[in-house]
Design a protein around this ligand. Sequence first.
Ligand SMILES: Nc1ncnc2c1ncn2[C@@H]1O[C@H](COP(=O)(O)OP(=O)(O)OP(=O)(O)O)[C@@H](O)[C@H]1O
Ligand SMILES: [Mg+2]
Length: 367
Amino acid sequence: MTNGLYEHRRRRIQEKLEEFREQKLGGTIQHILEFNKTPAELKAEIDKFVIGQERGKKIMATAIAFHYRRLAHAFKLALSQSKGNLEQALKATRTPKANILIIGPTGVGKTYTAETFSQQVGVPFVVEDMTKFSEVGYVGQNVTDILVDLLVSGGGNPLVSQLGMVYLDEIDKIAAEAVTTRDVSGKGVQKGLLRLVEGVENTFEVGQERITISTKHVLFIAGGVFEDIQNIVKRRMAKHNLSGEWQNFLMNEDLVSFGMERQLMARFPVKVVYDSLTIEDLKDVLARSADSPLLAYINDLKAWGIELEFADDALRMIAERAKQEGTGARGLISILHRVLLEDMYRLPGTFVGKLEVDRHYVQERLG
Ligand SMILES: Nc1ncnc2c1ncn2[C@@H]1O[C@H](COP(=O)(O)OP(=O)(O)OP(=O)(O)O)[C@@H](O)[C@H]1O
Ligand SMILES: [Mg+2]
């Protein structure tokens, strides 16, 4: 009996999906509705791009796969009940969401991971700079700005936009300084964010059209360096005689000590700590990441008949330099550029063949 009902419902959903396909009602919606990647499958995709951060990627892959799977499922059910009215169905869809907070040093892949996930899931992605919030100090306007950004990122389709991800960059910069009087506005900004993260609906005019967008289903990922947060955690651990890696003990309480609002932190139940990249990681960013700046150069030079090859010790040297700079993987790009600039200028049109870069070559160019 239950099975029969289930079958019946499933068939109806299937029929509805067929209808959409025929009407070509948003390929993206279709795509999201059919999201069925497992956390492990999703992580395997991310691994091609993001080097290291194993634990963080695992936690994020799980949260994101569950979020979209749950959303797709609830949305499908609502669709069958609303006779295929997408807008109505999305309004009726209710799912809990698990927003994500990523803590970690600069240039180690916080924003990059979030963006890569959005690409793999196939949803809109926007980055919002939180320092802008504290400057303006008027949250209402900012919220509308974010919704407009989402709409643009969703190709103008409000339904697609509402299923996207918003990355709140430098969230630690809106921390209130508990003791000093420097920042009173931080608190206000954080309070304003509560509603956004929870779900706000705004209607605004775009040309002749009135468009309504809600953030109820938007997945929020907040990122920040949270300088010295480990000391706050370690102090608390010492007080309670806890031992182990501080990353495993991070709690809302610590973020509150840092200056974050308890209520806001409670809306980011998934906490991820990113590590600084090791020299080996940095080497892998060059040699293995699908987005590697080195691979880009290799392909560029191929077009001129130049076969660029980096010896292992050359990669290591660049990684070592980047490590010294302390800007994570960001340093790689500028160092690589410095190493190759001269030959990228000189060789095209004058040389065809193999260009082998070894440690000496790198040393010579970097001085
Ligand atoms: N773990 C990584 N694997 C591969 N590439 C990486 C990794 N981390 C950083 N990158 C590269 O470095 C760039 C900068 O990283 P990203 O923007 O994610 O830094 P971030 O952690 O958000 O730092 P910030 O706190 O300064 O915003 C990325 O666009 C990517 O090209
Ligand atoms: Mg960033």
